[in-house]
Design a protein around this ligand. Sequence first.
Ligand code: ATP
Length: 272
Amino acid sequence: MTQIEFENVYFRYNDDETWTLKNVSFQINKGETIAIIGRNGSGKSTVAKLMNGLLLPQSGTIYIDGMKVTPQTIFDIRQKVGMVFQNPENQFVGTTVLDDVAFGLENRGIPREEMIRRIDESLTKVGMSSYKQHEAHHLSGGQKQRVAIAGVIAIYPEILILDEATSMLDPIGRKSILETIDKVKQENELTCISITHDMNELSIANRVFVFHEGRLEQDTTPRHFFSSTENWKTYGLLPPLLTQFTKQIGKNGILLHTHPLTHEELIRELWK
Ligand SMILES: Nc1ncnc2c1ncn2[C@@H]1O[C@H](COP(=O)(O)OP(=O)(O)OP(=O)(O)O)[C@@H](O)[C@H]1O
């Protein structure tokens, strides 16, 4: 079932400027995981903000669960869409970690007991349950990102948008948060959109959207994207170690049947 649809969307921040997004069209089904990549300024965050009605297109149409995004439907749409930005500083509303996670739940009228259960559950999931009474502003960047993610998981969104939301986490912390999100996704058939510059994150997506100068230039699979050398050059990206290794052994005559996305896949391919 199509859950998010962009139909010939054009957007610009100011009337006298060129289009930030040009004729963007795509459909995302319920339960899909999409990685959005592209150079700085290519329009990724703008797409995310259009998905939850923070911005409205000047031309074209956006549908969420079949509902057209308009000023009249924004409230209903935001109930479904949870969004975490790169800079958690701008998202904190409560003084303590607990207040902060409670905010989204209070806004949705969740009863007190259920609220307490969800706060505990989501803070435990992101490894921050012992920080409930801490002042949010005194946390480290990575801890703030964890709390921001907890705040969004707690509202049980149908669509989760992560805009470079794990960029401040240490590598082990990031892996663990991504695994947590993956678990939440499977439990709730969550649709997940992840804007990222971390090429390793692509492997957990089922589709990759590549934005370039405001256009959706590719809607492809991670495996297809990884296997094209041209992609890395065109979009100024650094291939992950796994891709570099696969390319290097290929030059030495070891050609794999499929491009591996994980270390486990690489080992399996090598055994073959
Ligand atoms: N509030 C704003 N007012 C005016 N122009 C903006 C605003 N926000 C973004 N832009 C411009 O829109 C374009 C796309 O920005 P956007 O933030 O969507 O890019 P991005 O792909 O998410 O970049 P990054 O990887 O750096 O986060 C850029 O040229 C940017 O300067």
